[in-house]
Design a protein. Structure first.
Ligand code: B12
Length: 212
Protein backbone atom coordinates (compact mmCIF):
# COMPACT_ATOMS: atom_id res chain seq x y z
CA UNK A 1 0.00 0.00 0.00
CA UNK A 2 2.78 2.45 0.98
CA UNK A 3 4.57 1.83 -2.30
CA UNK A 4 1.32 2.22 -4.20
CA UNK A 5 0.70 5.61 -2.55
CA UNK A 6 4.22 6.69 -3.53
CA UNK A 7 3.51 5.71 -7.15
CA UNK A 8 0.24 7.69 -7.09
CA UNK A 9 2.09 10.72 -5.80
CA UNK A 10 4.85 10.33 -8.39
CA UNK A 11 2.38 10.05 -11.30
CA UNK A 12 1.04 13.51 -10.41
CA UNK A 13 4.52 14.99 -9.96
CA UNK A 14 5.41 13.56 -13.39
CA UNK A 15 2.16 14.92 -14.85
CA UNK A 16 1.46 11.46 -16.25
CA UNK A 17 -2.34 11.33 -16.77
CA UNK A 18 -2.55 7.78 -18.19
CA UNK A 19 -0.44 6.44 -15.32
CA UNK A 20 -2.53 8.35 -12.75
CA UNK A 21 -5.75 6.89 -14.19
CA UNK A 22 -4.21 3.41 -14.27
CA UNK A 23 -3.08 3.66 -10.64
CA UNK A 24 -6.49 4.99 -9.60
CA UNK A 25 -8.15 1.99 -11.21
CA UNK A 26 -5.64 -0.37 -9.59
CA UNK A 27 -6.48 1.20 -6.19
CA UNK A 28 -10.12 0.23 -6.70
CA UNK A 29 -9.24 -3.26 -7.95
CA UNK A 30 -7.06 -3.84 -4.90
CA UNK A 31 -9.76 -2.51 -2.58
CA UNK A 32 -7.58 0.22 -1.07
CA UNK A 33 -9.47 2.88 0.97
CA UNK A 34 -10.32 5.50 -1.65
CA UNK A 35 -10.02 8.57 0.53
CA UNK A 36 -6.62 7.49 1.80
CA UNK A 37 -5.45 6.93 -1.77
CA UNK A 38 -6.60 10.46 -2.66
CA UNK A 39 -5.21 12.28 0.37
CA UNK A 40 -1.97 10.31 0.94
CA UNK A 41 -1.27 9.58 -2.71
CA UNK A 42 -2.64 11.84 -5.41
CA UNK A 43 -3.32 15.00 -3.35
CA UNK A 44 0.13 14.74 -1.79
CA UNK A 45 1.45 14.67 -5.35
CA UNK A 46 -0.37 17.83 -6.42
CA UNK A 47 0.76 19.66 -3.28
CA UNK A 48 4.33 18.60 -4.04
CA UNK A 49 3.90 19.99 -7.57
CA UNK A 50 2.75 23.27 -5.99
CA UNK A 51 5.78 23.32 -3.72
CA UNK A 52 8.20 22.65 -6.59
CA UNK A 53 6.50 25.34 -8.65
CA UNK A 54 6.77 27.84 -5.81
CA UNK A 55 10.48 27.03 -5.49
CA UNK A 56 10.94 27.66 -9.20
CA UNK A 57 11.75 24.05 -10.01
CA UNK A 58 8.67 23.65 -12.19
CA UNK A 59 6.98 26.04 -14.62
CA UNK A 60 3.29 26.91 -14.86
CA UNK A 61 2.56 24.48 -17.75
CA UNK A 62 3.92 21.67 -15.55
CA UNK A 63 1.60 22.76 -12.74
CA UNK A 64 -1.30 22.62 -15.22
CA UNK A 65 -0.25 19.16 -16.45
CA UNK A 66 0.01 17.92 -12.85
CA UNK A 67 -3.49 19.25 -12.13
CA UNK A 68 -4.80 17.47 -15.23
CA UNK A 69 -3.31 14.17 -14.05
CA UNK A 70 -4.91 14.75 -10.63
CA UNK A 71 -8.29 15.32 -12.27
CA UNK A 72 -7.98 12.12 -14.34
CA UNK A 73 -7.34 10.14 -11.15
CA UNK A 74 -10.31 11.83 -9.46
CA UNK A 75 -12.59 10.96 -12.39
CA UNK A 76 -11.82 7.28 -11.82
CA UNK A 77 -12.14 7.44 -8.03
CA UNK A 78 -15.17 9.73 -7.60
CA UNK A 79 -17.84 7.10 -8.43
CA UNK A 80 -16.41 4.87 -5.68
CA UNK A 81 -16.79 7.69 -3.17
CA UNK A 82 -20.33 8.35 -4.31
CA UNK A 83 -21.30 4.66 -4.16
CA UNK A 84 -22.07 4.86 -0.47
CA UNK A 85 -24.56 7.68 -0.95
CA UNK A 86 -26.99 7.70 1.98
CA UNK A 87 -30.74 7.53 1.35
CA UNK A 88 -31.70 9.85 4.18
CA UNK A 89 -30.78 13.49 3.58
CA UNK A 90 -29.16 15.28 6.50
CA UNK A 91 -29.27 18.79 5.08
CA UNK A 92 -28.62 20.93 2.05
CA UNK A 93 -25.34 22.49 1.06
CA UNK A 94 -24.48 24.97 -1.67
CA UNK A 95 -20.78 24.78 -2.48
CA UNK A 96 -18.38 26.52 -4.82
CA UNK A 97 -15.01 28.19 -5.23
CA UNK A 98 -15.16 31.93 -4.78
CA UNK A 99 -14.99 34.42 -7.66
CA UNK A 100 -11.58 35.02 -9.18
CA UNK A 101 -10.41 31.54 -8.18
CA UNK A 102 -10.44 28.56 -10.53
CA UNK A 103 -9.01 25.93 -8.15
CA UNK A 104 -11.69 23.25 -7.93
CA UNK A 105 -10.04 19.93 -7.07
CA UNK A 106 -10.38 20.23 -3.27
CA UNK A 107 -13.84 21.82 -3.49
CA UNK A 108 -15.08 18.94 -5.65
CA UNK A 109 -13.68 16.42 -3.20
CA UNK A 110 -15.53 18.15 -0.34
CA UNK A 111 -18.75 18.22 -2.43
CA UNK A 112 -18.43 14.51 -3.23
CA UNK A 113 -17.85 13.56 0.41
CA UNK A 114 -20.77 15.66 1.65
CA UNK A 115 -23.04 14.09 -0.90
CA UNK A 116 -21.78 10.56 -0.11
CA UNK A 117 -22.53 11.22 3.55
CA UNK A 118 -26.15 12.25 3.21
CA UNK A 119 -26.14 15.93 2.26
CA UNK A 120 -27.97 17.27 -0.77
CA UNK A 121 -25.29 19.23 -2.56
CA UNK A 122 -25.56 21.94 -5.18
CA UNK A 123 -22.09 22.40 -6.67
CA UNK A 124 -21.80 25.77 -8.38
CA UNK A 125 -18.30 25.04 -9.70
CA UNK A 126 -15.42 27.52 -9.56
CA UNK A 127 -15.14 31.30 -9.97
CA UNK A 128 -18.59 31.78 -8.42
CA UNK A 129 -19.84 35.36 -7.78
CA UNK A 130 -20.72 36.19 -4.17
CA UNK A 131 -24.39 36.90 -4.93
CA UNK A 132 -24.80 33.58 -6.75
CA UNK A 133 -23.87 31.62 -3.60
CA UNK A 134 -26.59 33.40 -1.66
CA UNK A 135 -29.17 33.30 -4.48
CA UNK A 136 -28.77 29.52 -4.84
CA UNK A 137 -28.80 28.97 -1.08
CA UNK A 138 -32.07 30.89 -0.80
CA UNK A 139 -33.55 29.06 -3.77
CA UNK A 140 -32.64 25.57 -2.52
CA UNK A 141 -33.35 26.25 1.17
CA UNK A 142 -29.75 25.43 2.05
CA UNK A 143 -28.54 24.89 5.61
CA UNK A 144 -24.95 25.65 4.61
CA UNK A 145 -22.95 27.61 2.10
CA UNK A 146 -19.47 26.11 1.69
CA UNK A 147 -16.94 28.48 0.16
CA UNK A 148 -13.56 27.37 -1.08
CA UNK A 149 -10.62 29.73 -1.66
CA UNK A 150 -7.10 28.69 -2.63
CA UNK A 151 -5.60 32.12 -3.17
CA UNK A 152 -4.83 34.69 -0.50
CA UNK A 153 -6.20 37.28 -2.94
CA UNK A 154 -9.60 35.55 -3.20
CA UNK A 155 -10.07 34.73 0.51
CA UNK A 156 -11.78 38.11 1.21
CA UNK A 157 -14.59 36.90 -1.08
CA UNK A 158 -15.51 34.40 1.65
CA UNK A 159 -16.22 37.32 3.96
CA UNK A 160 -18.29 39.01 1.26
CA UNK A 161 -20.56 35.94 1.14
CA UNK A 162 -21.17 36.40 4.89
CA UNK A 163 -21.81 40.14 4.39
CA UNK A 164 -24.26 39.36 1.58
CA UNK A 165 -26.16 36.95 3.85
CA UNK A 166 -26.29 39.61 6.56
CA UNK A 167 -27.59 42.21 4.11
CA UNK A 168 -30.48 39.84 3.28
CA UNK A 169 -31.09 39.08 7.00
CA UNK A 170 -30.15 35.43 6.44
CA UNK A 171 -27.23 35.30 8.89
CA UNK A 172 -28.51 32.74 11.53
CA UNK A 173 -30.56 30.83 8.97
CA UNK A 174 -27.87 29.80 6.53
CA UNK A 175 -24.48 28.84 7.96
CA UNK A 176 -21.18 29.41 6.21
CA UNK A 177 -18.17 27.09 6.24
CA UNK A 178 -14.89 28.05 4.67
CA UNK A 179 -11.91 26.03 3.51
CA UNK A 180 -9.03 25.77 1.09
CA UNK A 181 -5.28 25.64 1.67
CA UNK A 182 -4.68 29.23 2.87
CA UNK A 183 -7.70 29.27 5.23
CA UNK A 184 -7.60 28.46 8.92
CA UNK A 185 -9.73 28.33 12.04
CA UNK A 186 -8.45 31.80 12.92
CA UNK A 187 -9.45 33.18 9.51
CA UNK A 188 -12.92 31.66 9.87
CA UNK A 189 -13.29 33.30 13.30
CA UNK A 190 -12.00 36.63 12.01
CA UNK A 191 -14.61 36.82 9.25
CA UNK A 192 -17.41 35.42 11.40
CA UNK A 193 -17.84 32.12 9.52
CA UNK A 194 -19.68 29.30 11.28
CA UNK A 195 -16.88 26.84 10.71
CA UNK A 196 -13.64 25.86 9.05
CA UNK A 197 -12.51 22.42 7.98
CA UNK A 198 -9.07 21.44 6.75
CA UNK A 199 -10.14 18.49 4.64
CA UNK A 200 -13.17 16.75 3.20
CA UNK A 201 -13.68 14.39 6.13
CA UNK A 202 -13.58 17.28 8.61
CA UNK A 203 -16.04 19.19 6.41
CA UNK A 204 -18.54 16.33 6.71
CA UNK A 205 -18.04 16.19 10.49
CA UNK A 206 -18.58 19.95 10.74
CA UNK A 207 -21.75 19.89 8.65
CA UNK A 208 -23.10 16.94 10.67
CA UNK A 209 -22.28 18.45 14.03
CA UNK A 210 -23.87 21.81 13.36
CA UNK A 211 -26.87 20.95 11.17
CA UNK A 212 -29.94 21.07 13.36
C1 B12 B 1 -3.46 22.44 -8.76
C2 B12 B 1 -3.14 23.90 -8.58
C3 B12 B 1 -3.48 24.78 -9.62
C4 B12 B 1 -4.25 24.33 -10.85
C5 B12 B 1 -5.77 24.27 -10.48
C6 B12 B 1 -6.52 23.21 -11.26
C7 B12 B 1 -7.92 23.04 -10.73
N1 B12 B 1 -8.82 22.79 -11.64
O1 B12 B 1 -8.19 23.09 -9.54
C8 B12 B 1 -3.91 25.48 -11.87
C9 B12 B 1 -2.66 25.07 -12.60
C10 B12 B 1 -5.00 25.84 -12.86
C11 B12 B 1 -3.56 26.60 -10.88
C12 B12 B 1 -3.60 27.94 -11.23
C13 B12 B 1 -3.13 28.95 -10.41
N2 B12 B 1 -2.54 28.82 -9.20
CO1 B12 B 1 -2.54 27.16 -8.21
N3 B12 B 1 -2.20 25.62 -7.20
C14 B12 B 1 -2.50 24.37 -7.38
C15 B12 B 1 -1.93 23.52 -6.21
C16 B12 B 1 -0.59 22.93 -6.68
C17 B12 B 1 -2.77 22.38 -5.67
C18 B12 B 1 -4.23 22.72 -5.28
C19 B12 B 1 -4.98 21.41 -5.12
O2 B12 B 1 -5.71 21.00 -6.00
N4 B12 B 1 -4.74 20.69 -3.98
C20 B12 B 1 -5.29 19.37 -3.74
C21 B12 B 1 -6.63 19.48 -3.02
C22 B12 B 1 -7.20 18.09 -2.75
O3 B12 B 1 -6.39 20.14 -1.80
P1 B12 B 1 -7.07 21.53 -1.40
O4 B12 B 1 -7.42 22.29 -2.61
O5 B12 B 1 -6.26 22.19 -0.36
O6 B12 B 1 -8.45 21.06 -0.76
C23 B12 B 1 -8.55 20.36 0.49
C24 B12 B 1 -8.70 21.29 1.70
O7 B12 B 1 -8.09 22.56 1.53
C25 B12 B 1 -10.19 21.35 1.94
N5 B12 B 1 -11.02 22.31 1.23
C26 B12 B 1 -10.88 22.83 -0.01
N6 B12 B 1 -11.92 23.63 -0.31
C27 B12 B 1 -12.74 23.63 0.75
C28 B12 B 1 -13.95 24.28 0.98
C29 B12 B 1 -14.60 24.11 2.19
C30 B12 B 1 -15.88 24.82 2.44
C31 B12 B 1 -14.03 23.28 3.19
C32 B12 B 1 -14.71 23.13 4.48
C33 B12 B 1 -12.83 22.62 2.96
C34 B12 B 1 -12.19 22.78 1.75
O8 B12 B 1 -10.60 20.04 1.58
C35 B12 B 1 -9.87 19.60 0.43
C36 B12 B 1 -9.74 18.12 0.45
O9 B12 B 1 -8.93 17.66 1.52
C37 B12 B 1 -1.74 24.63 -5.11
C38 B12 B 1 -0.69 24.33 -4.05
C39 B12 B 1 -1.28 23.91 -2.72
N7 B12 B 1 -0.46 23.43 -1.86
O10 B12 B 1 -2.47 24.05 -2.47
C40 B12 B 1 -1.42 25.86 -6.00
C41 B12 B 1 -1.68 27.26 -5.46
C42 B12 B 1 -2.99 27.32 -4.70
N8 B12 B 1 -1.78 28.04 -6.69
C43 B12 B 1 -1.25 29.23 -6.60
C44 B12 B 1 -1.25 30.21 -7.63
C45 B12 B 1 -0.49 31.49 -7.34
C46 B12 B 1 -1.93 30.00 -8.84
C47 B12 B 1 -2.06 30.99 -10.02
C48 B12 B 1 -2.31 32.45 -9.62
C49 B12 B 1 -0.79 30.85 -10.89
C50 B12 B 1 -0.67 31.81 -12.04
N9 B12 B 1 0.38 32.62 -11.95
O11 B12 B 1 -1.47 31.83 -12.93
C51 B12 B 1 -3.23 30.39 -10.80
C52 B12 B 1 -4.59 30.94 -10.28
C53 B12 B 1 -5.64 31.05 -11.27
C54 B12 B 1 -6.93 31.48 -10.61
N10 B12 B 1 -7.41 32.67 -10.93
O12 B12 B 1 -7.49 30.78 -9.79
C55 B12 B 1 -0.62 29.45 -5.22
C56 B12 B 1 -1.42 30.40 -4.33
C57 B12 B 1 -0.53 31.32 -3.53
C58 B12 B 1 -1.29 32.27 -2.69
N11 B12 B 1 -0.68 32.63 -1.60
O13 B12 B 1 -2.37 32.72 -2.96
C59 B12 B 1 -0.50 27.97 -4.68
C60 B12 B 1 -0.59 27.84 -3.15
C61 B12 B 1 0.88 27.43 -5.18
C62 B12 B 1 2.07 27.99 -4.43
N12 B12 B 1 2.66 27.19 -3.57
O14 B12 B 1 2.45 29.12 -4.62
N13 B12 B 1 -3.20 26.12 -9.67
Amino acid sequence: MKEHLEQCMQAIVDGDSPKAAELAKASLDKGYPVLEVIEKGFARGIREVGRLWEEGELFLPELVIGAEAMKKAMEVLRPALEAGEAAEKLGRVVIGTIEGDIHDIGKTLVATMLSANGFEVTDLGADVPVKRFVDEAEKTGADWIAVSALLTTTMPGQKRVIDELASRSLRGKIRVMVGGAPCSKEWAAEIGADGYAGDAVAAVALARQKTA
